[in-house]
Design a protein around this ligand. Structure first.
Ligand SMILES: Cc1cc2nc3c(=O)[nH]c(=O)nc-3n(C[C@H](O)[C@H](O)[C@H](O)COP(=O)(O)O)c2cc1C
Length: 527
């Protein structure tokens, strides 16, 4: 095993929560000292995007067949809509004097470590260059102006993470959450693009160093400890006939271009330091790679009964903080629809070009016609047998009728155990169902340490699909990053790190907190 793999595996094991102890985090938190959620660069030209909030016609259900949605023209209005629906504000919440923003993409602890960039090249409506998206103001800060005539690559979206934002609250485990958030952001981008009749193509072969150069993250423009780390570059395909993506030409343009601005301080006091995050980040740095273009045949999913537009569903997405533990059972078709939507053959996984490595173990609490208990959804056929071999011998693995690869493992009330395993959070037991995302772990990380991050991205993408599917079914979801890793493995009978649980999720009937006032997302831009 090489040093990088060892570092990644050590990081994973030392950042486990367990019933006996939580992973290392700050001993105390001063909320007044929370890092600024909104990064800004001083000294850049600003481009104000057209006022956000426009509704798009396609229904959420139309997103099952995105090729039938007419592509919107690529211009400033629609690029602005893409950014808003993927990463923009969706509401403000107020409780007494406290006020906080929510966004289209969720984030562990609402800390939002993910930063988004738009790269424009020869598209004729925005000067070629690199722009940072400020979700608060719905504007672009021009970080780099490219010189010369570049081939038309339309627009690209770059994503990076400010690890410190997350580590401020969660300490060592924060690196995991940053990766989940990137997976959610990719999902958010896919849904936003599909609503515009566009699609997302992950430039998966790119090295992290290349992403850094292109987004200007390797420049000396950031305060110590407030750096951004490169994650991904996506090309947005807006119509057929886009030119092949020439990353080398863009890199050259960034190298020769004029750069502007310095990152403002996040105004946080760096009381605690988490060197293991820097270590794992270095060990999981991705080199340039040849990536496959794997894609399963699209399977028809169970039709959605949702009559709302995709943009409505995207803007109304929230995390439930409390569920109605006495909710009527979730209709079986809604449950099956959600599960079908997280299979790699569904349209939502179009940007994901690798065979799935994450499988679901589901604690069913309240689903019409289904006995309470533990179920499994292997996300590809060959996963079934090894999963069976790696988990409790007592599990039944009884395949349920129908096209879904859903198996019943155990019948019985699992509400308490689900709650206990998810750091005693009632949302895991009061829901219709909650689940653990179990990844093919050690072989993946041993094949290449940077794949560690991709496993979390896959989990985040699954989570984003569940968030939106839950809204469309009239219920609500919540991502769960806090769970007791090895206690989950114990309950499932997993004995080594061939498989590891990397994320949890829960779906049910949300109870509104009436004490909170909800304010419009961009009211502050209209005054
Ligand atoms: C990776 C991840 C982990 C999360 N973990 C938890 C959790 O353990 N418990 C919880 O109540 N909410 C959790 N959440 C929900 C966030 O707190 C929520 O996304 C954030 O407060 C923003 O609110 P919103 O989703 O309504 O926009 C998680 C979200 C993400 C993306």
């Amino acid at each position: 095993m090489n040093r990088q793999t060892e570092t990644v595996l050590n990081y994973h094991h030392r950042t486990k929560h367990s019933l006996e102890r939580y992973a290392k985090g700050p001993e105390s938190i001063d909320w007044e000292d929370q890092p600024d959620q909104f990064r800004r660069f001083s000294g850049c030209d600003m481009i104000t995007l057209p006022l956000p909030g426009a509704e798009l016609k396609p229904l959420f259900a139309d997103l099952d067949t995105p090729e039938t949605i007419p592509a919107k023209p690529l211009n400033l209005v629609n690029s602005g809509l893409l950014l808003e629906l993927a990463f923009g504000l969706s509401a403000w919440k107020q409780f007494g004097p406290s006020r906080w923003a929510l966004r289209s993409n969720p984030s562990s602890g609402n800390l939002h470590p993910t930063e988004a960039y738009l790269i424009s090249s020869g598209n004729g409506f925005i000067e070629s260059g690199v722009y940072h998206y400020v979700s608060h103001d719905h504007s672009l800060e021009r970080r780099c102006r490219f010189e010369g005539n570049l081939p038309d690559s339309g627009i690209l979206i770059g994503l990076s993470s400010v690890h410190w934002r997350e580590a401020w609250k969660y300490g060592e485990r924060a690196f995991r959450y940053c990766q989940h958030d990137i997976g959610h952001a990719l999902g958010a981008l896919r849904y936003a693009a599909a609503a515009l009749g566009w699609s997302v193509e992950l430039a998966a072969g790119c090295s992290d160093d290349a992403i850094s150069q292109l987004l200007g993250l390797d420049r000396d423009d950031f305060k110590k400890m407030e750096h951004e780390f490169p994650d991904m570059i996506c090309r947005i395909n807006t119509q057929s006939g886009n030119q092949p993506l020439d990353i080398k030409a863009l890199l050259e343009a960034a190298q020769l271009g004029d750069w502007f601005g310095k990152a403002d301080s996040l105004r946080a006091y760096h009381m605690y330091k988490w060197p293991v995050i820097d270590e794992v980040s270095t060990a999981a740095n991705k080199p340039e790679t040849e990536e496959p273009n794997w894609q399963p045949l699209r399977q028809p999913v169970i039709a959605s009964s949702c009559t709302k537009t995709a943009s409505q569903i995207i803007r109304q997405r929230r995390s439930a903080q409390q569920f109605d533990g006495k909710m009527p059972a979730l209709p079986l078709t809604d449950f099956y629809r959600m599960l079908a939507a997280v299979l790699p053959s569904s349209a939502a996984f179009e940007p994901w070009r690798w065979p799935p490595k994450v499988h679901l173990f589901i604690f069913v609490h309240r689903v019409e016609g289904l006995a309470s208990g533990v179920y499994a959804l292997p996300r590809h056929n060959e996963a079934l047998e090894p999963l069976q071999a790696a988990t409790l011998a007592d599990f039944d693995w009884q395949k349920l009728p129908g096209a879904l690869p859903l198996c019943r493992l155990y019948s019985g009330d699992c509400r308490q155990i689900a709650k206990t395993l998810s750091c005693h959070q009632p949302i895991a037991g009061d829901s219709a169902f909650s689940l653990a995302m179990v990844a093919e772990f050690s072989e993946t990380v041993k094949a290449a340490p940077w794949l560690y991050r991709r496993l979390f991205w896959e989990c985040g993408l699954i989570g984003q699909v569940l968030y939106l599917e839950a809204e469309a079914a009239g219920v609500r979801g919540t991502g769960i990053g806090c769970y007791f890793d090895d206690n989950v493995h114990q309950v499932l009978g997993i004995k080594d790190d061939k498989y590891q649980s990397l994320y949890h999720f829960t779906v049910g009937k949300a109870l509104e907190d009436k004490r909170l006032e909800t304010l419009p997302a961009y009211g502050h831009l209209k005054t």
